[in-house]
Design a protein around this ligand. Structure first.
Ligand SMILES: [Zn+2]
Length: 102
């Protein structure tokens, strides 16, 4: 009997995920994010940090974050490590005492 249904996993594979080992998973707003630490030494690009709206210069250690399972590179965001760690503080000061907004 031939096995014809073996291709279920293919679309979930993320080929370039293997090169990064400093990778963790963190929950934010009910979504599981992949958080990868970058030394910055291999980068020649300047990124814009969504946390502080400041530039991340080349060779600056930072993190790149994207929703788990989303392999669209355009959804990746580069953050300063400290800005990513403080992301909830920014929200709670803006919405203190209120209901969470979605
Ligand atoms: Zn920042």
């Amino acid at each position: 009997m031939p096995v014809a249904r073996r291709n279920r996993r293919q679309t979930n594979e993320v080929p370039d995920i293997a090169f990064g080992s400093n990778q963790t998973f963190e929950q934010w707003q009910g979504i599981e994010y992949v958080v990868r630490s970058l030394s910055g030494s291999g980068s020649a690009k300047t990124y814009r940090c969504p946390g502080c709206d400041q530039e991340i210069k080349p060779a600056t250690p930072h993190v790149v974050v994207w929703p788990d399972g989303d392999d669209d590179a355009t959804h990746r965001r580069h953050w300063h490590r400290v800005c990513w760690d403080k992301r909830d503080n920014r929200r709670s000061t803006q919405h203190r005492g209120g209901m969470p907004r979605y």
